[in-house]
Design a protein around this ligand. Structure first.
Ligand SMILES: NC(=O)c1ccc[n+]([C@@H]2O[C@H](COP(=O)([O-])OP(=O)(O)OC[C@H]3O[C@@H](n4cnc5c(N)ncnc54)[C@H](OP(=O)(O)O)[C@@H]3O)[C@@H](O)[C@H]2O)c1
Length: 295
């Protein structure tokens, strides 16, 4: 049975990840529609997802006709670059107000820096809005996502949005404050970058001692994956304790970590996160200032 109608506006990397996640799990089915503004890309999407309604027009009446058999909610995920979010919200508002409006409208955005206040100013009054901050491993259904709902969003709707994200993001954290999305973007959104940086340097260090790069890469990637699984399967063990377990006193790993400490690596990581957090906060403030200038 169809539980809700779900439309994804902007079906690029993220949009496709969510469609693939939804189609791979049929426990709860959605009536799916996708929009892509470029006809060539829409055609490719139609080939890849033959049973899904695909259109180049965000206001297409086939998406907004709202018959009873499509469920009581219409969840619209905006997955465009942030600079287009305002235009998309205006399309949604126009189409929703022109439709018969028997469904509850729920808008989810993954667009960094676009605040609830801005979204509320663009969308119909009382729209349930959820901001989400996923990361790139969603493409392999291993993402981590922070979400924050506005005041019009009931706990039932917030749980449904959480369960949609869970299909491609095993961790979906409900945040108590909107501004925490900025730090989530810095430590979780950017985490894959820190990880690749570390992997690259470990492989290069192996190569400098004669280990072929492909062998080093296989060993290092699997070691990090294994370490992540160890941390995940022992949630009560602190990360510092896990570090202690692999640092035998006087052993080579302990010497390595002492060297990282001597180079003040913790401070370097914290400084990197601070810099990224300031950049994320500035993006949100800039967007609000722009909005103030427009209103
Ligand atoms: N990818 C991730 O893992 C990830 C993680 C966290 C957050 N995000 C956020 O998710 C959003 C999408 O990221 P992405 O990587 O999927 O970007 P992307 O590959 O560029 O996809 C965005 C798509 O939206 C389309 N679009 C733009 N304006 C539109 C409109 N008015 N109507 C319909 N479609 C429109 C774009 O079309 P064109 O191709 O014509 O420009 C593009 O295909 C961004 O805000 C990003 O910051 C992504």
């Amino acid at each position: 049975m169809i539980s809700s109608q779900l439309t994804i506006v902007g079906c690029g990397v993220f949009g496709r990840a969510i469609v693939n996640g939804l189609l791979s799990d049929t426990s709860q089915s959605y009536s799916l529609s996708l929009t892509h503004r470029r006809p060539d890309a829409a055609k490719r999407l139609q080939n890849d997802y033959p049973n899904v309604l695909i259109t180049t027009d965000n206001t297409d009446v086939r998406i907004w006709r709202s018959p009873q058999d499509l469920g009581t909610k219409h969840i619209v995920v905006i997955a465009t670059q942030p600079r287009y979010t305002g235009d998309v919200c205006r399309d949604i508002r126009q189409a929703f107000l022109a439709a018969d409006r028997t469904q509850q409208l729920v808008v989810v955005t993954v667009c960094p820096g676009i605040t609830i206040k801005q979204l509320e100013s663009w969308l119909p009054l009382n729209t349930s809005i959820v901001r989400a901050m996923p990361n790139t491993p969603i493409a392999v259904r291993q993402g981590a996502t922070g979400i924050f709902p506005n005041q019009c969003t009931s706990s039932v709707v917030a749980s449904e949005v959480q369960s949609i994200f869970k299909r491609m993001s095993p961790v979906v954290a409900l945040l108590p404050r909107e501004d925490l999305l900025d730090i989530v973007a810095s430590i979780s959104g950017s985490a894959p970058a820190y990880f690749f940086y570390l992997l690259q340097n470990l492989v290069a260090s192996g190569a400098a001692r004669g280990l072929p790069i492909d062998i080093g890469r296989d060993l290092v990637v699997q070691s990090c994956l294994g370490a992540a699984v160890l941390a995940q399967t022992a949630p009560k063990t602190t990360l510092l304790e896990l570090l202690g377990h692999v640092c035998v006193p006087g052993g080579s790993t302990e010497k390595a970590i002492q060297t990282l400490d001597r180079f003040k690596s913790s401070m370097a990581i914290q400084a990197a996160v601070e810099e990224s957090w300031h950049a994320n906060c500035a993006m949100s403030k800039e967007a609000l200032t722009e909005m103030g200038n427009i209103l």
